[in-house]
Design a protein around this ligand. Sequence first.
Ligand code: SAH
Length: 255
Amino acid sequence: MPTNAFPPEIQLLADLHKPNARLGPGSDEHTRLALQLSGLKDRADLRIADLGCGTGASTLVLAEELDGEITAIDLFPEFLAELNRRAASRGILNITTAAASFDDLPFEPHSLDAIWSEGAIYNLGFEAGVKAWREFLAPAGILAVSELTWTTANRPSELQIHWESEYPEVDTASAKIAVLEDNGFKLEGYFPLPPSCWLDNYYRPLQARFPSFLDEQERSSASILCVEENKREIALYERFQDFFSYGFYVAKRVA
Ligand code: SAH
């Protein structure tokens, strides 16, 4: 698909993010922690999909830690190109990339041992994603996803209003776990991502990218707006980090 097929504001976001190693909160260490909870490390010849892989933050860890083939899916070919460069520079051979949308995934029913997806299921919505992706999993297949999660019962109304308008499905971990249980999954483990996953690994590199992005875009008003929106999101996290994070959910398909 030619890159000019995307709406300009979406393409702009992709241009902002494409040189960065991580396009959402996370860390290699926390991908490994989720892998420990999943039991996948004890198995061989795995078929795994990393959905919304971006530039490959989790994909590269999966490829190095697991015995099997990883298919890495993202809407943006330029993210996949960066992933392929990074895999080649590490001598990793068990990743195949494919540009595809969550609406049209290139997998047969029950064909995957695991679906991994860090910071991306919100694009479908958590419940819709859990339902749709379950069909691709073999019996006892693993679903490992990170998802925006309230970490307390109550929170400042300014924060609540912001996230409920940006992402109406934002909820507590107990509510997300109930969605998994109601849709044919058993929880294998859960943890919230700590601030280092947001600040050191995601927001600081993103802030460092702003000047070169604005130069490349010749300071168009759309690019300035894009940076301002990202700065507002960062400020919101810095003020309210006690009340929300990404939760990492590792679940097993049951019957
Ligand atoms: N997992 C990566 C990227 C997270 S950002 C990381 O943790 O760094 C979310 C990713 O989902 C982006 O790369 C975006 O291009 C991708 N994405 C968003 N909507 C999508 C869709 N409908 N189909 C496929 N990928 C999508």
